[in-house]
Design a protein around this ligand. Structure first.
Ligand code: GRF
Length: 195
């Protein structure tokens, strides 16, 4: 059973799906804590499941490296095997990433390396593409540049608004996140059995 800490910034619909998957045993993982960079509405999903939450804001004028180290201390205190960024909208500094690499993954609403960054769905629509996608990657020091663990195409349909398209992509994000976590858990247990 993989111990995970999930970081969010928004409504946490993907977090909610992941909590459900853990509860139903469709992924061999447990969420030991959920963190955010503000009092994100999605924290409520954790609270109502009785899962501890924490908020570590990046205050104006505060050094990003210091913030990253502070956030890493809190996460490390939860002793996770895996950190999942699920709609966490801040770029994490190396002071955070290097503490958990490579066991830190991010879900992203495009077929990377297409449309990296915070506005992937808007950018795909603006580019007029007929398909975009969803990816799960390992987090590195860049913005959406880490090794790709899983990805799948999603069509852009006539009449899609940004919200409608994003909601369709999120369904795929949830599926491939579950696949990746199952895979990582299987590898972890294989390593344990070898030792
Ligand atoms: C997801 O598409 C995630 O990949 C992106 O933000 C969205 C989060 O949605 N970075 P939600 O907060 O889980 O509803």
């Amino acid at each position: 059973m993989l111990r995970t800490v999930v970081l969010i910034s928004g409504h946490g619909s993907n977090l909610r799906a992941f909590l459900d998957a853990c509860a139903h045993g469709t992924v061999p993982a447990t969420v030991v804590a959920v963190g955010a960079d503000s009092d994100a509405p999605g924290l409520e999903h954790a609270r109502s499941a009785g899962i501890p939450t924490f908020v570590e804001p990046l205050e104006r004028g505060v050094d990003r490296d210091e913030w990253g180290a502070r956030l890493a201390d809190v996460v490390e205190g939860c002793a996770p095997d895996l950190v999942i960024l699920s709609g966490f909208m801040r770029v994490l500094p190396p002071t955070f990433v290097h503490r958990f690499a490579p066991m830190i993954i991010n879900t992203h609403p495009s077929f990377l390396p297409e449309f990296p960054g915070a506005h992937a769905v808007r950018d795909a629509r603006a580019a007029g593409v007929t398909e975009t996608g969803a990816s799960v990657i390992v987090v590195d020091d860049g913005v959406d540049t880490g090794p790709i663990l899983a990805q799948r195409r999603v069509p852009v349909l006539d009449g899609d608004t940004e919200t409608v398209l994003h909601d369709r992509i999120k369904i795929v994000e949830r599926e491939i996140l579950a696949e990746v976590v199952r895979d990582l858990a299987a590898r972890e247990s294989a390593v344990l059995q070898e030792n």
